[in-house]
Design a protein around this ligand. Structure first.
Ligand code: SF4
Length: 63
């Protein structure tokens, strides 16, 4: 199962949103100015969201 964690204390939300732009599965979306997770079971574990995040605010793992 995929486990996706967003550290909202580090995440810049709508001011950044790099992960939203790169996610090929549209897992990451904005809810107001906050990045949230939807349909996490469709995550392909590509890890590009982790790669682009400037704040190391997102973590994706297979658990
Ligand atoms: S690992 Fe890939 S598919 Fe999963 S949330 Fe991140 S960018 Fe989207």
């Amino acid at each position: 199962m995929v486990k996706i964690t967003i550290n909202h204390e580090k995440c810049d939300g709508a001011d950044c949103a790099e992960c939203i732009d790169v996610c090929p599965m549209e897992i990451l979306i904005l809810d107001g100015d906050k990045v949230v997770i939807q349909n996490k079971e469709e995550c392909s574990l590509c890890e590009v969201c982790m790669d682009v995040c400037p704040n190391e605010a997102i973590n994706v793992e297979d658990d």
